[in-house]
Design a protein around this ligand. Structure first.
Ligand code: ZN
Length: 149
């Protein structure tokens, strides 16, 4: 089995058996993003306490890349601090821009399997959609938690 085949298996596994799927009630942050180029939609809900992502869930529809990426991202970021979440977003972007190989980003876990997507520029937006939703959620949580000026 080649590395590409292995990565393909990981992506399909997340697409068929998505982790962290659903909608959290009374979330502390939420974001819904669309990718009109492909028709993907991701709705992300996050529960947060102590500057951490306590719980995270996604709902949506679209291509296998967009949904698998959301499953990987949510599974990976659950329980992480907001800073760790930001760092993971940055790592994923570096991988998508081709600045780093997925193999050099062990912190990305299963999401490293998406590195091949960058060869297909139209699909990068599919893979990035859920990470952009997470970025929005973390930004809104950080604003909420910052002390009054
Ligand atoms: Zn897509």
């Amino acid at each position: 089995m080649s590395l590409d085949d292995l990565y393909q298996e990981v992506i399909l596994d997340h697409f068929r058996k998505p982790r962290c799927q659903g909608c959290l009630s009374a979330p502390d942050a939420a974001a819904t993003l669309f990718n009109p180029l492909c028709g993907d939609q991701i709705n992300l809900t996050v529960k947060s306490a102590d500057n951490s992502i306590q719980a995270i869930a996604f709902a949506g529809h679209g291509c296998s890349i967009s949904q698998a990426s959301a499953s990987m991202m949510a599974h990976l970021c659950q329980g992480k601090t907001l800073d760790e979440g930001r760092a993971l977003i940055a790592s994923f972007k570096q991988m998508m821009r081709g600045e780093k190989q997925g193999d050099d980003l062990p912190e990305l876990g299963d999401a490293a399997a998406l590195q091949g997507v960058r060869r297909f520029s139209a699909r990068v937006k599919c893979a990035m959609l859920c990470w952009e939703a997470l970025e929005k959620c973390i930004t809104s949580l950080a604003v909420e938690k910052s002390p009054e000026k």
